[in-house]
Design a protein around this ligand. Structure first.
Ligand SMILES: [Zn+2]
Length: 252
C-alpha cells in the first residue's frame, strides 16, 4: 500500500512536476513572446548618420529663403559697405552664439570667438590674432561698442580654476590661453575666500569679463576711442541655464 501509494504518489508528483514544467514553459514562452512584441514595439530605427554638408545646405537654404531673399536692399547695401556697430568677444562654446542670443543680423557685429571669451592685454609679441582684430575693427569701422560676453558653466573658466596656484608652466595651449584670466581668479579668491564650486566659478566668469574690459584699455586705439567718448566697452553675461542676459558693467 505504502509502496503503491508511494508509487502512485511518485506518479502524481511526476505528473504535477510535468504539469508545472509545462505551465512554466508556457509562461516562459508567452513571457518571451511578450518581450519580443514589446521590443518590436519600442525599437525605433537608428537615426541616420550625421551629414554635415546636408545640414549646412539646409541651414543656408533656410537663411536664403527667409532672410536674404526677403531683404534684397539690405543685403545689396551691406555688400557695398559694411558698417558694424559692435565688436564682440564671446566664448567658442557652441551654446553661446552672439548672433542668435542678441538677435543680430549679418553686418551688425564683428565677432571673435575664443575659449572663455578672453581679451589679452596689448602685447606686440603674443596674441597677434586678437590684436589684429581689435586694431582693424576699431580703426577701420570705428565701431561704437566692444562687448565681452561671459557665460554660465564655462569650460575655459573651469580649466583656469583647475590650474594650481604654483604652476608656472602651462600644460597645453588651453592652459596657456586661459591664464589671461588669472588676475580675475586671484581677485575673486581674495575677496571670497569661502566661495567654492559653481558659486566660485560664476564669480570668476563675471570677473574675467571685467578683466578683459580692463585689458582692452591697454590697446592705444581703444583707449583713444573711450577717452573721446566715441567707443564704449561693455561687459555682458549670458546665463543659458536660466535664460538671462545681464550687463555687468561698462567703460565709456
Ligand atoms: Zn565658455
Amino acid at each position: 500500500m505504502s509502496e503503491y501509494s508511494n508509487k502512485e504518489a511518485d506518479t502524481d508528483d511526476e505528473h504535477m512536476c510535468l504539469n508545472t514544467r509545462n505551465e512554466k514553459e508556457q509562461e516562459d514562452t508567452s513571457h518571451n513572446s511578450l518581450e519580443n512584441i514589446t521590443s518590436l514595439q519600442v525599437t525605433e530605427p537608428p537615426p541616420p548618420p550625421f551629414d554635415p554638408i546636408k545640414r549646412m545646405k539646409e541651414g543656408f537654404n533656410y537663411f536664403k529663403v527667409n532672410e536674404f531673399n526677403k531683404n534684397p536692399s539690405y543685403y545689396r547695401k551691406l555688400a557695398e559697405k559694411p558698417e558694424p556697430k559692435f565688436l564682440i568677444f564671446a566664448c567658442s562654446d557652441s551654446r553661446v552664439c552672439p548672433a542668435t542670443i542678441l538677435n543680430l543680423r549679418p553686418g551688425e557685429a564683428f565677432m571673435t570667438l575664443n575659449i572663455a571669451n578672453m581679451v589679452p592685454a596689448f602685447n606686440q609679441l603674443r596674441y597677434c590674432e586678437v590684436g589684429a582684430v581689435i586694431r582693424y575693427v576699431v580703426l577701420t569701422y570705428k565701431v561704437e561698442a566692444i562687448v565681452v560676453i561671459g557665460h554660465t558653466r564655462c569650460g575655459g573658466i573651469e580649466r583656469l580654476m583647475s590650474i594650481p596656484s604654483g604652476q608656472t608652466k602651462p600644460r597645453d595651449f588651453v592652459d596657456d590661453w586661459v591664464t589671461i584670466g588669472q588676475p580675475a581668479k586671484a581677485k575673486v579668491l581674495a575677496k571670497n575666500p569661502k566661495a567654492t564650486g559653481e558659486e566660485l566659478r560664476t564669480l570668476v566668469e563675471k570677473e574675467s569679463v571685467m578683466n578683459s574690459l580692463g585689458n582692452l584699455l591697454s590697446y592705444p586705439y581703444v583707449k583713444a576711442g573711450v577717452t573721446s567718448k566715441k567707443l564704449k566697452l561693455i561687459g555682458g553675461y549670458y546665463d543659458f541655464v536660466r535664460g538671462n542676459f545681464d550687463i555687468l558693467g561698462s567703460k565709456s
